[in-house]
Design a protein around this ligand. Structure first.
Ligand SMILES: [Cu+2]
Length: 455
């Protein structure tokens, strides 16, 4: 169980920067909830304020049609409970009017633990598999629906009456985005759907009132912090020691929860073999914290590996490809934000603070210190705090302290020896990096005119 220091945001925060989307009055309520959530059991979720639909239609038998929507910007289903009749057909329409992608996964009453473990194990493949792992206990699931997406699920209600949870398995969403399908005995009267009474902000209004744009920027004084899928700009695979997988994703059919294969003839044996279809282009880092401190300093810190992944200058993310340009403009072509600007650092090698045999690090959250995040994590029996800041000389520095007062031992990766220097300062280890601009422009700068770069 996570041991969270007071004031730290947990890993379980929704990936969208809620602090910008929500009216600030809601924030005090939101953050303590996020801190408490990991200690709750699968069924102990707090029911959102809800009301019986006044016009609850009482159905007896036959196909039950249910509509489940999303409360935009709130990481919640609008419909939090609906009734169906045991063994009879159900037509469930899930529509996503939010600006984040969401799915809906309906499961057996005791299947949540395995489902969440399965989602976490998907690692970098999660996005391609719509965050629906191949685990038992899934009754029905939608694809990961992009904003304005809609999907109709047709399935038969389980024969056994009971409460069947449904949740969004986009990482972190399941803490708040969930509901219950109640399966009633044949002949029992079905109650109307229970819907959240929370004020439903229109997407456009939420965006407007947050000041959020698709090219968000922070400032040197006040960093912009966003939980997101971050692109993997071709990092050293050794960096992703604790991600589920760093390999290319296979094409996946969420309906069958199987990889999609193609038939190929083996040139040696002449036999026809089934091989998975590889999607090499969709690579992302699921547990990323992306930070921007103005046009000239951005970085991605990975809450799975608990380390800095890459640093860039000249912009932040262009979210168009992730969120879609505007509601209704159609789904984005890729499912990752694009890096704007140029990379000046890419991590390589194993975790610099880890000793051989250390178990995976555990992210304990971050808090804002002087306008920038301080990351906290446990590794090898110690708890570290890490800050990252640009330096006047043009590079950047990592400042790492150990909570037990011991001086952290930082092993500089071999690729960094020319660019990095390590010094000890007041119990902290400070690792100073010189910028290392890369000759080839790795960042897919969308608006560049493709002129060859002169060096
Ligand atoms: Cu979701």
């Amino acid at each position: 169980m996570l041991n969270t220091g007071a004031g730290y945001y947990l890993d379980t925060k929704p990936t969208f920067p809620m602090r910008l989307l929500l009216p600030s009055a809601l924030l005090p309520a939101l953050i303590p909830a996020a801190v408490l959530l990991p200690s709750l059991g699968p069924c102990a979720f707090a029911q959102a304020p809800a009301a019986r639909e006044a016009a609850a239609s009482e159905k007896t038998a036959g196909t039950v049609s249910v509509s489940v929507k999303v409360v935009p910007g709130q990481v919640k289903f609008e419909t939090t409970q609906f009734d169906v009749t045991a063994g009879l057909p159900v037509e469930l329409t899930f529509s996503n009017d939010c600006i984040m992608p969401h799915n809906l996964v309906l499961i057996e009453p005791d299947a949540e633990g395995a489902l969440i473990a399965g989602v976490n194990a998907l690692g970098l493949e999660g996005m391609d598999k719509h965050f629906v792992p191949a685990v038992p206990g899934i009754i029905a699931s939608t694809k990961l629906l992009q904003p304005q997406g809609k999907e109709v699920l047709n399935f038969r209600a389980p024969k056994k009456p009971g409460d069947y949870p449904y949740l969004c398995t986009f990482p972190g969403h399941w803490f708040t985005m969930r509901g219950v399908m109640r399966v009633r005995e044949a002949g029992a009267k079905l109650a109307g759907s229970v819907k959240s009474t929370e004020k439903i902000q229109q997407v456009e209004d939420a965006l407007k009132s947050s000041g959020m744009t698709h090219k968000p920027l922070g400032t040197p004084e006040k960093a912009f912090v966003m939980r997101t899928f971050a692109p993997d700009p071709g990092l050293d695979p050794a960096v992703f020691a604790n991600h589920g997988t760093g390999r290319d994703a296979f094409k996946y059919d969420p309906a069958t929860r199987q990889d999609v294969t193609k038939k190929e003839t083996d040139p040696v044996t002449g036999k026809t073999v089934e091989t998975p279809i590889v999607i090499p282009s969709l690579k992302g880092v699921a547990g990323a914290v992306a930070v921007n401190q103005g046009k000239d300093f951005s970085y991605v810190w990975d809450s799975t590996e608990c380390r800095l992944l890459y640093v860039w200058r000249g912009g932040f993310f262009d979210m168009d490809t992730y969120w879609g340009k505007e509601p209704g403009s159609g789904r984005p072509k890729v499912y990752l934000p694009l890096i704007m600007g140029h990379l000046v650092y890419r991590a390589s090698g194993t975790m610099p603070l880890a000793q051989a045999g250390d178990p995976a690090p555990v992210f304990l959250g971050y808090r804002m210190v002087g306008g920038a995040p301080e990351f906290r994590y446990r590794l090898g029996g110690r708890v570290y705090r890490e800050r990252i800041a640009p330096t006047a000389a043009g590079g950047f520095e990592l400042n790492v302290v150990c909570e037990d007062g011991a001086a952290p031992v930082w092993k500089v990766a071999s690729a960094d020896t020319a660019a990095a220097s390590v010094r000890n300062e007041k119990g902290a280890v400070v690792v100073a990096f010189k910028d290392r601009p890369e000759p080839d422009q790795l960042a897919p700068a969308k608006e560049s005119s493709d002129k060859p770069k002169k060096k």
